[in-house]
Design a protein around this ligand. Structure first.
Ligand code: DX5
Ligand code: ZN
Length: 223
């Protein structure tokens, strides 16, 4: 499968959301990545389901909703109704992860699980077959524009192996500090989805930045 690119709207200009969404709609990007923060799980507050619903009205591509909130199970249905296609919850925020993953699937969305930089991928061993996407955080969640944590690269490889051993179809998403400077290494390690905030929206030509991220590894994919 050719890798996917999911621009993270957190880095967009919120005074020009219509234009920013139009730009991504017309680009080679695959998904919109929406970061929901509650000021409790992470030390920042972004937006909630009403804004996601508004964004769903602007988006012509799937919405990948990353919930950086405590007790995410309480809001799965609401975010699904708001238009989420993928709902990702944090491993660290769920006491009953199996239950939450199945709640997401029953809602009709794809189920994602995010791991903070310090959380080992092996902890997902007994659930990997049920998970549609694992989001490896390559920064500490809460803010855009941070530096990529390089220990994520071996984590991607380990996760890829875990997925293969279990014959699962789980996608590997990498989120935080991703850009042209490291995307190739991330993809070579086995990532399927690149989340890119600042490297897209703060670029001089965002559509071109997306196209460049999509083009990486293009040659080897065609053989
Ligand atoms: C971090 C968020 C990321 C962030 C990525 O908490 O989950 O999705 O927006 O932004 P960049 O690409 O700027 O690191
Ligand atoms: Zn995110």
């Amino acid at each position: 499968m050719k890798h996917l690119v999911a621009p993270s709207v957190l880095a967009a200009d919120f005074t020009r959301l219509r234009e920013e969404f139009a730009l991504v709609n017309e680009s080679e990007a695959d998904w919109f990545h929406l970061d929901v923060m509650d000021g409790r799980f992470v030390p920042n507050i972004s937006f909630g389901m009403f804004v996601v619903e508004f964004m769903a009205g602007l988006a012509e591509k799937p919405l990948d909703v990353h919930l950086m909130i405590v007790e995410p199970e309480k809001y799965v249905e609401a975010f699904r109704k708001a238009g989420a296609d993928v709902i990702t919850v944090h491993y660290e925020a769920c006491d009953h992860l199996h239950r939450v993953v199945h709640l997401i699937k029953e809602s009709g969305a794809k189920a994602g699980v995010a791991l903070n930089p310090h959380t080992p991928v092996g902890l997902l061993e007994d659930l990997i077959e049920d998970i549609d996407l694992v989001c490896l955080m390559s920064v500490n969640p809460g803010f855009g524009g941070q530096k990529f944590i390089y220990q994520t690269i071996p984590k991607i490889r380990k996760l890829k192996e875990l997925i293969a051993v279990h014959n699962a179809r789980t996608l590997i998403e990498v989120d935080g500090g991703v850009g042209l400077q490291n995307a190739e290494k991330i993809l070579q390690a086995g990532a399927d989805v690149l989340v890119a905030g600042s490297s897209v929206f703060k670029a001089e030509r965002p559509a071109e930045a997306i196209a460049q991220l999509k083009a990486i590894g293009g040659q080897s994919w065609s053989v």
